[in-house]
Design a binder for this molecule. Structure first.
Ligand SMILES: [Zn+2]
Length: 61
């Protein structure tokens, strides 16, 4: 089950398998379904995780 968490007054959905956070619930559910089935992350899905968005933003500066 995707977990709903609050971070900086923003509600985020967390994949219970890999722990990545998403602003979009559908994306978090997609991630969890993938993680459960493949026991690895799909970079196309995790690219939109908050953790990776922040990383990308920083490297663009
Ligand atoms: Zn995941």
């Amino acid at each position: 089950m995707v977990k709903l968490t609050q971070q900086n007054e923003k509600m985020l959905y967390q994949c219970n398998e890999c722990g990545f956070h998403y602003e979009d619930r559908a994306q978090a559910e997609k991630c969890e379904a993938w993680c459960k089935e493949h026991h690895s992350c799909n970079i196309e899905i995790t690219a939109s995780a908050i953790e990776n968005l922040v990383k990308n933003r920083k490297s663009n500066l």
